[in-house]
Design a protein around this ligand. Structure first.
Ligand SMILES: NC(=O)c1ccc[n+]([C@@H]2O[C@H](COP(=O)([O-])OP(=O)(O)OC[C@H]3O[C@@H](n4cnc5c(N)ncnc54)[C@H](O)[C@@H]3O)[C@@H](O)[C@H]2O)c1
Length: 411
């Protein structure tokens, strides 16, 4: 595609999602009027696709100067990146399929703008700020973190006394993880797997590694598609929950023998390793929806393989002792590396949280550490979403509030 065609394609994608993100649109209109981010510089490392572009535009319209790059080498859409670069006050450095060095060079370029606010998805910007670019830390008012894995990293830094800036855990807003991680990852992971393989899900045994919010969504949608769902867990309560939700639960060592399609959603390392590859069926399909590409141990699979062939776009077939094991999108999050990511209506809430939290950081002085999303902001997102859906809910009457807050009334 020529540059002009890339920009047109990116503009079209952004226009489509903008029309399906009503909550972010309300915030965008308010930002345009009130200019709450005037004078602020925002550095971002997020999946550069259309919904993210709608957030970036919102921040720029609110008065900020924004520089953005990707947070994963395979999730950038080059047309969206090109379109963003045509906007005032926005620089985008993301490129699809960049190598490790290029990825970190782009992170550096984003930080060269000397931001006072950061937005991460996986904490790579913050990590860089705390290692090679520590001189910039005094200027940072705060940051926002989008995903579970990023929060884990930041909490580990906080525990070690290493976190030197305030960060809002946007992932942990109710209007983020209950919807984005569950319904967003649930639907978009299957979209990525189905469009990549063009195979039937009904009648297959699907193994979901991890029954957290992403795993619950992926399992729920697999059931809906007619799969026989097996869940693996390390947490007894979540394992029990999976069983009571109607799924079979077993160890991965056992599940590895039966699975036709494996989807890892743990945020952990080495969920699928040599001992699992050794017993997998011919034709098994492996996909990851967790943040980093560490859940499927591809080094071990590569070492075991007699040959490795690309058999379809985004599918590598590893030949292991006469069996074919197919890995989607090199084990990178399948919904973004082999799809368009979450549906726009879900990202509407996640990014409405991001925009509100950026404004909150600009207007409040926060201490270093991981902070929750203020409850009233979280509820505000839910209220706006309900309104956009035309749904009205009941309000507590005063005697009901008194009853709920009192202790005198019993049997
Ligand atoms: N693909 C996407 O678009 C997307 C969206 C949101 C979050 N994420 C990422 O997905 C991952 C999971 O997020 P979440 O919000 O569901 O987290 P979560 O903490 O709610 O769930 C993770 C689950 O995995 C389980 N687990 C950990 N190690 C395991 C192992 N070895 N075997 C089996 N189970 C194991 C945990 O007990 C937990 O129940 C994170 O990396 C997160 O950043 C991806």
């Amino acid at each position: 595609m020529s540059e002009k065609e890339l920009i047109e394609s990116g503009d079209m994608k952004i226009g489509w999602v903008r029309n399906h993100m009503p909550v972010l649109s309300i915030i965008r209109d308010n930002f345009e009027r009130e200019q709450p981010l005037k004078g602020h510089k925002i550095a971002m490392a997020l999946h550069v696709e259309a919904k993210t572009a709608a957030l970036v535009e919102t921040l720029a319209i609110g008065g900020a100067e924004v520089a953005i790059t990707g947070c994963n080498p395979l999730s950038t859409q080059d047309d969206v990146s090109a379109a963003l670069n045509t906007r005032d006050n926005i620089d985008c450095y993301a490129k699809y399929d960049c190598c490790g060095d290029e990825y970190y060079e782009a992170i550096d370029k984003v930080l060269d703008m000397k931001p006072d606010i950061t937005i991460d998805d996986g904490a790579d910007l913050i990590f860089k700020l705390h290692t090679e670019r520590q001189d910039m830390l005094p200027e940072i008012l705060g940051g926002c973190e989008e995903t579970t894995t990023g929060i884990h990293r930041l909490k580990a830094m906080e525990k070690d006394g290493a976190l030197k800036m305030p960060v809002i855990a946007v992932n942990d807003a109710m209007t983020k993880f209950l919807f984005d991680n569950r319904y967003g990852t649930g639907q978009s992971s299957w979209d990525g797997i189905m469009r990549t393989t063009n195979l039937l899900v009904a009648g297959k045994t699907v193994v979901i590694g991890g029954y957290g919010w992403c795993g619950k969504g992926a399992a729920m949608r697999a059931s809906g598609l007619g799969a026989d769902v097996v869940v693996t867990e390390i947490d007894p309560i979540r394992a029990l929950e999976a069983r009571m939700d109607g799924h079979r639960v077993m160890s991965m060592t056992e599940a590895a023998k039966y699975g036709d399609i494996f989807v890892t959603t743990t945020g952990n390392v080495d969920v699928l390793t040599r001992k699992h590859f050794e017993v997998m069926k011919d034709g098994a399909i492996l996909a990851n929806s967790g943040h980093f590409n560490v859940e499927i141990n591809l080094e071990e699979l590569t070492a075991m393989a007699g040959s490795i062939n690309i058999v379809r776009k985004n599918i590598k077939e590893y030949n292991v002792a006469g069996r074919r094991i197919n890995v989607l999108a090199d084990g990178r999050l399948v919904n973004l590396a082999a799809g368009d990511g979450h549906p726009a209506e879900v990202m509407d809430m996640s990014f409405a949280n991001q925009a509100q939290c950026v404004k909150y950081i600009a207007e409040n002085k926060l201490e270093a550490g991981v902070h929750p999303v203020p409850r009233d902001l979280d509820i505000h997102v839910a209220e706006l979403k309900l309104k956009s859906l035309g749904i009205e809910i009941d309000e507590l009457e005063s005697h009901q509030t008194e009853y709920l807050e009192g202790w005198e009334c019993g049997t």
